[in-house]
Design a protein around this ligand. Structure first.
Ligand SMILES: *Cc1c(COP(=O)(O)O)cnc(C)c1O
Length: 405
């Protein structure tokens, strides 16, 4: 017995839902890579990305997933033997650091926690302990998709600058770009990394670097540069070189449509939408947690990402049966816990192309599964999410009357 036939809800933190208009944008024949108007498409994408990263530097598009953009970022500004400091707060900053090991970087991890954000004072303390400036770069994520933590990029950047340390500040926005504010310029970030398949609602396969003027200057001396990732080669006048070969045409068509959707909504409105959906999710989880089994992974509400919520299972319960139920019986695919939280957590994604019914549908099905499987939980989680949204999303004011004009 199942109630599955219907639209499947993909509620995982990447890849995320692809809007029909983005899918349709790819449904066209391949074009000549030397077609005259193709460079204009690339220019518009690079400019769109500059707006999203809010940089007065340069942006680069790679035919790669996020791991590729990680390697691209490191290889463009660092040299073999350079020390990098990883600010740990889950899986992904650590993963970025691990990418540097085979490159010959000396990777140091500043221990953190999966349950609270990076502490700016701990970063400043470590940098003060490096009077000779051996640390060449600092790596952090804005949102860690495994722990569902958000780091305060601006505060960490301030802490770094308060020490006068010259290390480059490099930030992974793969899970956060398009879901919350970000500004390389205002927050003094040197290198940012992004990818297409999370907040940007596009198919996996494209990822990005954004480089500040300071990073572009440092790039000139970087010893790890390779032909494929090299920024300088991609900055030249020849369109073909911008992708170091054949452009990924259909993924570019998709990205153009996604950036158009995001720009039409506006980044502020999109950020607000993500906050509202995250707030509704928190309201539901808080209610369910009253049963003593489910628990927020991130303890302080201000440390919680607006893109994804990681929920722990305690008292001997595991998420597997619930996730299977949601998928097999109802067609809702909820994210598994990864790395340290494999088999111990579920991740409810609310990033990218998601609206209230999609989120409420997901929460409703999770609650249905909790009930069907007799997993202890406080009742009324979905109702709490509805109440939260009803309270925070008031009706539009009535249009002004035209009477008498
Ligand atoms: C998903 C993700 C990555 C990895 O991206 P891939 O495209 O899978 O290589 C890196 N960092 C963060 C924060 C992510 O969410």
């Amino acid at each position: 017995m199942s109630v599955r036939t219907g639209r499947e809800f993909l509620s995982i933190p990447g890849p995320t839902n692809i809007p029909d208009s983005v899918l349709n944008a790819m449904h066209q024949p391949a074009i000549d890579i030397y077609q005259k108007d193709f460079p204009a498409l690339t220019d518009s994408l690079l400019a769109g990305l500059k707006t999203l990263f809010d940089t007065d530097g340069e942006t680069f598009i790679y035919i790669a997933n996020g791991h590729g953009a990680w390697e691209a970022a490191l290889s463009n500004v660092l040299s073999r033997g350079d020390k990098v400091l990883v600010l740990s707060s889950g899986r992904f900053a650590d993963g970025w650091g691990e990418t540097g090991v085979p490159l010959g970087l000396d990777v140091e991890v500043l221990p953190g926690s999966w349950r609270h954000s990076v502490r700016p004072d701990a970063v400043a303390a470590r940098l003060k302990d490096d009077p000779d400036g051996l640390i060449k770069a600092i790596l952090m994520v804005q949102v860690d998709t495994a722990s569902s933590l958000v780091n305060d990029v601006e505060a960490v950047s301030k802490a770094i600058r308060s020490t006068g340390h010259p290390a480059l500040f490099m930030v992974d926005t793969i899970a956060s770009l398009g879901t919350m504010p970000f500004s390389m310029k205002d927050w003094h970030i040197d290198v940012a990394v992004g990818a297409a398949q999370k907040g940007l609602m596009s198919p996996p396969g494209l990822s990005f670097n954004a480089a500040s003027p300071r990073a572009l200057a440092r790039h000139k001396e970087a010893g790890l540069r390779t032909a494929y990732w090299d920024w300088t080669a991609r900055l030249g006048p020849i369109h073909y070189q911008k992708y170091c070969g054949t452009p990924p045409e259909h993924l570019l068509f998709a990205l153009a449509k996604s950036l158009e959707l995001l720009s039409n909504e506006g980044i502020e409105a999109a950020s607000l939408r993500h906050s509202l959906l995250a707030g509704a999710t928190s309201a539901a989880v808080a209610r369910w947690a009253e049963g003593g089994v489910l628990q927020f992974n991130v303890t302080a509400p201000e440390d919680r990402a607006t893109a994804v919520t990681t929920v722990l299972f305690e008292q001997g319960h595991t998420p597997d049966a619930l996730l299977d139920y949601c998928n097999e019986k109802c067609g809702v695919v909820v994210g598994i816990g990864i790395d340290d939280l494999r088999g111990k957590a579920m991740r409810i994604a609310h990033m990218g192309f998601v609206n209230a019914p999609m989120l409420l549908g997901t929460l409703g099905v999770i609650e249905m599964g909790l009930k069907a499987l007799n997993i202890p939980h406080g009742p009324g989680g979905t109702q709490a999410a509805i109440d939260f949204l009803a309270h925070h999303v008031p009706p539009s004011p009535a249009p002004a009357s035209n009477e008498g004009t």
